[in-house]
Design a protein around this ligand. Sequence first.
Ligand SMILES: [Ca+2]
Ligand SMILES: [Ca+2]
Ligand SMILES: [Ca+2]
Ligand SMILES: [Ca+2]
Length: 318
Amino acid sequence: MTLPLLLLFACTSPSKEESEAPKESTDDSATESEVGDKLLSLELRKPSSTDITTRETLDLQVVATHESGEVDVTTDSSFSSSDEEVIKFFTVGHGQPIRGGKTTITVHSDLDGGTDFEAFDVNVMASLVQPGELVLNEVLADPATDADPNGDGVFDPVQDEFLEIANKSGVTVDISGVRIFDAETESPRHTFPLGTMLRAGEAMIIFGGGSVSTLYQPNVRFEVATNDDVGLKLGLALNNEGDRPALKLQDGTVICETAYGTQGSNDAIEDASLVLVPDVSGTAYSHHRYVQNSVGNQSPGTYSDGSPFPGAEAYYTQ
Ligand SMILES: [Ca+2]
Ligand SMILES: [Ca+2]
Ligand SMILES: [Ca+2]
Ligand SMILES: [Ca+2]
């Protein structure tokens, strides 16, 4: 009777140290597979739903089943997308949605004789922008009389005003229906039309008026404020002495805003813009001309030192 009693005592002992003897490993299947035993099947493991938003990634795994067991062969496989504007593979097995739409994903492996062993469609839906995902990176309310930021050859104190709006979310966001307001009216100064997207690292520059056809910068779009539907004059109407430009969803939710002069704590600036320092990621504004390495009084479409907005590829290949 002595031995069974002793075992019972050991099993119920409160001492953890004595009960945690190391287990001997018996899993050597991976080692056996690597020496080349027979391939039985290749399996693609993908999400249960192939309807995803631009906030998600399409994470795929390829598993080879050998006589000796399963091996993850994802990094030995290749993945392609029929429309790389919709989904692109920057890293193996991780499809990055870029914009809304449909694309066909093809998976290829050399293990089974080099065939494309699976293809399937994915639908991507661009996700509506959320508060904090955009920033008013630069605000030019009082352009200098010798400046022509919208590049149309004419100085105009209304038309040459601009807002530089940057996407800091790291994903593509849908800004369709987002509206720009100033402090004075209940009606929007501009409404982004249906189908307007901003990709990660991109920016949109909205001028008060005129023509922007001569402007180009990478990862940037230049637009002119339009509010024909509500018929407001004076474009963005950024008052020189103070204003509160804001971007809002249809239901009034504020996506981003800032305030200067009589409307807020930032200075009202003559002949130059207010800009976030550092660009996009900063939380405080500075007089554009006094930012380190500044190109001058304003920089519509670039960072304040003239360098380009990074664009989506820079986000996803880091
Ligand atoms: Ca103004
Ligand atoms: Ca102009
Ligand atoms: Ca105003
Ligand atoms: Ca700028």
